[in-house]
Design a protein around this ligand. Structure first.
Ligand code: GDP
Ligand code: MG
Length: 205
């Protein structure tokens, strides 16, 4: 409600990164509107940003979420896109090996152009596509651990873990802005593990 404290300082530029087709725009649509619109989005959709306010520990945190307009198709995401980003959701598609293999290249670019303290979350999207899966959940986990970033599998189609992904990022960002000295530090990895929804009934082992 509007009675909650609201701090303009808690407006955070959050960007979506990853190969074309991994589901960045779909993920944002699912988070923003709670629905899945099948089919690819044209390059004209997703220009600019979407503002979303999430409530974290009785505080409103505004995420200004930027989606590319298809530039990633040509690997021409400009460096300006990374600039000022405080958080970054990096996606691959669990049904696409190349999108997973390219995560390292994306991370190299991120380390080069994004701010040092950017909050990074690795997401294996399309977890609903059990039969088409080519990347095991443990592979995603292993890569994430190697880079020290939190990880989860999401489905922009069913909505599994979509809110959680953005909420975990918002919690981490909020802590950075207004942590009290003797407040226990928010542990994003532990939080995610405790909140994660299982992506499918049929398992992924
Ligand atoms: P982007 O290029 O990364 O923005 O990807 P899009 O959001 O345009 O999605 C590419 C294609 O994958 C579209 O056909 C989407 O409908 C589909 N898609 C995206 N996310 C999911 C998902 O979680 N599950 C399934 N089954 N399809 C998805
Ligand atoms: Mg898109």
């Amino acid at each position: 409600s509007s009675a909650l404290p609201y701090d303009e300082d808690l407006t955070h530029k959050t960007i979506l990164v990853g190969d074309s087709g991994v589901g960045k725009t779909s993920l944002l649509v699912q988070f923003d509107q709670g629905k899945f619109i099948p089919g690819s989005f044209s390059a004209t959709v997703g220009i600019g940003f979407t503002n979303k306010v999430v409530t974290v520990d009785n505080l409103k945190v505004k995420l200004q979420i930027w989606d590319t307009a298809g530039q990633e198709r040509f690997r021409s995401v400009t460096h300006a896109y990374y600039r000022d980003a405080q958080a970054l959701l990096l996606l691959y598609d669990i049904t696409s090996k190349s999108s997973f293999d390219n995560i390292r290249a994306w991370l190299t670019e991120i380390h080069e152009y994004a701010q040092k303290d950017v909050v990074i979350m690795l997401l294996g999207n399309k977890s609903d596509m059990v039969h088409e899966r080519v990347i095991k959940q443990e592979e995603g986990q292993k890569l994430a651990r190697e880079y020290g970033v939190p990880f989860m599998e999401t489905s922009a189609k069913t909505g599994v873990n979509v809110e959680l992904a953005f909420l975990a990022v918002a919690k981490e960002l909020k802590q950075r802005v207004c942590q009290q000295p003797n407040e226990p530090k928010f542990q994003i990895h532990d939080y995610i593990e405790s909140q994660k929804q299982k992506s499918t009934c049929c398992g992924f082992m």
